[in-house]
Design a protein around this ligand. Structure first.
Ligand SMILES: [Zn+2]
Ligand SMILES: [Zn+2]
Length: 243
């Protein structure tokens, strides 16, 4: 299913670069930022899915082999498992933003001063191992007797995450915007999460229900004025040692 995410990335990247205004903003990156963004995308699409599933499968084969294929794949078990993982990620993400050293693991994602689809996967390499979904997606696909539908949900989440980092906002107040934003994190929501004014909000990446449930949803009519952290940080620090 990874091809769905890659296709969505390419489509959004082409739309971004096809807009003179957005292209101008995207191309303000220096070499270091391009390096961190593109290498993170390669890790996200081509390395992590293999490493995560291999690690989890080996661990579970060793410790809990009876779990393999033990849950019957129905729409509700798949959706239930996916919602549990999305909720776990909400808390994982919220804890990253608390005043603890864990923030450094997530800080690379919040460096850019401009938000576009190219920053979607930017993270320090170590941080991936502190993200619950790396482990839980592998575990869910291990315990399901058929993970096809579950992986389609994961691909849907990837597409929402890519869209959330784009400028492709739905028209405010339109019928489709009201339907989508009732459940899904929109680019406007995630832009606030990257803002300098108030980044401790909108921790959900796919569904916004967790932010609504815990009072961390932030949806003012206007978007933020500025993003990220303009201070210079080396490629080494952003990718390998963010502490
Ligand atoms: Zn964050
Ligand atoms: Zn983000």
């Amino acid at each position: 299913m990874e091809y769905l995410g890659i296709s969505a990335f390419l489509a959004i990247a082409l739309i971004t670069l096809g807009s003179t205004y957005q292209r101008g903003l995207t191309l303000t990156r220096d070499f270091g930022d391009w390096f961190v963004d593109i290498s993170s995308l390669i890790v996200h699409f081509f390395i992590l899915p293999v490493v995560g599933v291999t690690l989890v499968y080996k661990l579970l084969d060793f410790s809990l082999p009876n779990l393999k294929g033990s849950i019957s794949s129905t729409p509700w078990t798949n959706i239930g498992l996916y919602l549990v993982i999305d909720y776990a990620w909400y808390w994982n993400h919220r804890i990253f933003h608390a005043d603890t050293p864990l923030w450094h693991l997530h800080s690379t994602h919040h460096k850019p001063v401009h938000i576009d689809v190219f920053i979607t996967a930017r993270n320090a390499l170590l941080s991936h191992f502190a993200m619950v979904y790396l482990w839980l997606i592998g575990a869910a696909s291990y315990i399901l007797d058929d993970a096809t539908f579950f992986m389609a949900l994961v691909a849907f989440g990837t597409v929402v995450n890519l869209w959330g980092h784009s400028h492709l906002n739905l028209k405010t107040g339109s019928f489709i915007e009201r339907i989508v934003s009732a459940l899904i994190v929109t680019p406007r929501d995630h832009a606030w999460h990257h803002s300098r004014e108030n980044s401790r909000c909108n921790f959900g990446t796919v569904f916004n229900v967790w932010d609504k449930l815990h009072g961390t949803i932030h949806r003012p009519k206007l978007g933020p004025n500025s993003y990220g952290d303009a201070s210079k940080t080396t490629i080494w620090r952003q990718l390998f040692w963010p502490f």
